[in-house]
Structure formats: C-alpha cells, structure tokens
Ligand binder design. Structure first.
Ligand code: KG4
Ligand code: ZN
Length: 361
C-alpha cells in the first residue's frame, strides 16, 4: 500500500506547490515554489564553521543539518504563506553528496511525506543545478545548452526536453570548483576558495603563463588537474628560490584560464547544436568573470543567456524544487525505501525519451 493516494495526484495541475529540501553538503536549505515561481527560499549554512578546518568536515555538516533542518523547513513553509496541507509534493536531494548529510534531508522528507500523505520526489543534485534556470526564466523551454560547473562536476550538456539531456563533454579529472578550492589553499585563502580567488584576482593581472588545457582540443571535455599542478609548481618554485611573486597575479591568471575554457566550450557547443539559448548552473557560475565573459560572448552571437542569480547557482533548495517539478510532471515518485547515495555518475542522471524514469536509479 502506498503512503499517498496516487489517484488524487494530478500531474497536469497548472501550478503545483513543491517543497524542496537540500542537505548534500554544508547548506541546510528548504524552499517552496508554485509552478516556476519561488514563494520562499531558506538557507542555514555551516560554511563559516567548516572554514576553520579548511574544507567541509562531513560529521560537522551532518550535525549542523540535524540541528537546523526542522527550523529551516518550518520557515520555508511559513514564509511561503501556505499551509502544509497545500503542498503537492516534497522533493529532496538523495545524492550525490556527503552520505550522512544527505540522510538528514532524506529522512526528514520521508517522514514529512508519510505524515502528510504527499508524494515524495527523489532529486539528483546535479539535475537540480540544471533546473535552476527554469526559475530564473519561467518561459525557458528546451532545446538549450547548459554549462554546469560546481565543486563536484564540470560538463557541457544539451537538453532536448525537460526530462532528457545529452552529455556533450565533461571533466576528465578535477571539477572546476575543486580546482578553485585547491588553488585557493595554495594561495593561503580560506574555504570556500572560489569567491576568495575572485576577490584576490581583482587586485592582479593575468600575466602568469598557464597551460592550455584543451582550449582548442578535447571536444567538449575538460581537464583541470594540469592547471592546478601548474599553479602549485609555480608557487613552490618561487618559494624555494626565495623569489617574490604576486599572489593576486596568480589568482587572476588561474581564474582566466579556468573560466575562458568553460566559456569557449559552452558557446562552441551551442553553435554546433544550432541552439540559441545557453543556461548555467553550479557554484562556479556565481563567478563574476565567468558571468561577464559569457554575457559578452552570447551578446556577440545573438544567443539568449539564462544566468540565474548567484544564490541560485550555488547550492539551494529552490533548484531542488524546480527539478522536483520536472519529475512531478513525469509522475516519478519515490517510495519509502528511498535512501541516500554518496555518488551518482553523471550519465545516470539521464532520462531517455523512450523510458520515462519510473525508478530512482
Ligand atoms: O554548486 P556548489 O555550491 O556545490 C556543489 O554542488 O559542489 O559549488 C561549490 C563550488 C566550490 O568549489 C566553490 O569554490 C565554487 O563553487 N564557487 C565559485 C564561486 N562561488 C562558489 N567558484 C568561482 N567563483 C565564485 N564566485
Ligand atoms: Zn551543488
């Protein structure tokens, strides 16, 4: 017997109300959307605690989620101006991420869905980053190309419909955000590295030579480990020789190299696919240099650029609700056996047109 009455669920409802819950890393987040409109969006972050340790400590993240989740969800529902009975479905991130952290959100969402007798939707975090664009541009329709650049993934994707996408290329080693975080550490900057590199880069010039990193080759694939190693070697060699160097110049040079290749490949993919719309998602899409460069390149070519506000590029629950809406339309509901997954290959997030996804995996 199901925990909710499938007969009562209208997947064609014009503007369903979806509660989204996200706890995959260091942000405990909950948001409510009605159709593609954000009614509320709450986040409690443990990033400042994690910064003292130079990165995310999984156990500390799990404890922070346990402390915060109830209050964050209550605030999201209250600030949306709705009652719990008005929620049509509860969407929760089930992976990928830190297992203990994910379990807090998944357990809470399951209990809530069971108590309210509402359908539960299992959301893949990466698909959430892609779906953030639907909230920024309510009229957005596939086909479009997405540049996804987060702490765990870097890819160029082609969406032919809301439910399916094709991976045109992805990183062969480190993700772009991971490279920002590792280089930040070498430069003595605090976690999270991306925003701190961006700040320091403003004081420098991109004059330090950087490796080419697949800019004109490799199809739409990326490689970041060579770039990261080049920065580490440059700094260590200078230190060993006792030579002065500008950390701001290193930050600016790294940022240019890391971002230019993303812009070039996203634009190239849109041209090759013959689409006129590019969307972005993931924490690195909050980078001002990337936002400026992409805006310039899209303007030159007459492309429409969907650039979600920075807070919807980094981890948030509104994007989880947005992807929940896509899955709601497909009738992809989870059962009470749902559990968290630490890793999900990017390819497993695909939904082929022939087989609408019925199962979570
Ligand atoms: O999407 P996200 O919030 O979490 C993951 O799903 O990974 O991305 C986090 C990543 C971190 O590596 C962080 O350093 C990077 O996004 N990031 C940035 C900026 N803001 C966050 N990278 C470059 N510039 C930024 N302004
Ligand atoms: Zn993320």
């Amino acid at each position: 017997m199901s925990y909710f009455d499938r007969e009562k669920v209208n997947t064609n409802k014009p503007e369903p109300i979806i509660l989204g819950i996200e706890s995959s890393c260091d942000e405990t987040a909950a948001a409510v959307i009605r159709g593609r409109k954000i009614l509320s969006d709450e986040i409690a972050s443990s990033a400042s605690v994690q910064a003292q340790f130079g990165g995310v400590v999984p156990e500390l993240a799990s404890r922070a989620h346990s402390d915060e989740i109830e209050a964050v969800v209550l605030r999201a529902v209250k600030n949306a101006g709705i009652g719990f009975d008005e929620i049509d479905a509860i969407a929760v991130t089930y992976g990928a991420g830190l297992l203990g952290a994910l379990l807090v959100g998944v357990s809470f969402a399951k209990a809530l869905a069971y108590a309210l007798k509402k359908p539960l939707i299992a959301v893949n975090h990466i698909r959430g980053h892609i779906s953030a664009a639907y909230l920024d541009c309510p009229t957005l329709k596939p086909p479009f190309v997405t540049l996804l650049a987060s702490g765990g993934h870097t890819a160029v994707l082609y969406s032919g419909s809301e439910a399916e996408f094709e991976i045109l290329g992805a990183t062969l080693d480190d993700a772009a955000g991971e490279a920002f975080d590792k280089v930040a550490r070498v430069l003595g900057l605090k976690y999270p590295g991306g925003p701190n590199i961006q700040r320091l880069a403003l004081e420098g010039k991109p004059v330090v030579p950087m490796p080419k990193m697949f800019k004109g080759s490799g199809g739409y694939n990326f490689t970041y480990s060579g770039l990261k190693t080049a920065v580490i070697n440059y700094c260590h060699t200078k230190d060993q020789k006792g030579e002065e160097y500008s950390k701001a110049d290193v930050a600016a040079s790294f940022q240019c190299a890391a971002v230019d290749v993303l812009v070039k490949k996203a634009v190239g993919a849109a041209q090759e696919k013959g689409v006129k719309t590019i969307t972005v998602g993931g924490g690195v899409a909050a980078n001002d240099y990337l936002r400026t460069r992409l805006t310039e390149e899209c303007k030159k070519r007459g492309f429409t650029l969907v650039l979600p506000e920075k807070r919807y590029c980094t981890d948030n629950a509104a994007m989880i609700a947005a992807e929940g809406l896509v899955q709601y339309r497909l009738g992809n509901f989870a059962d009470m056996s749902l559990t968290a997954k630490a890793s999900i290959p990017l390819a497993a997030t695909l939904v082929t047109p022939q087989s609408k996804r019925q199962k979570v995996d």
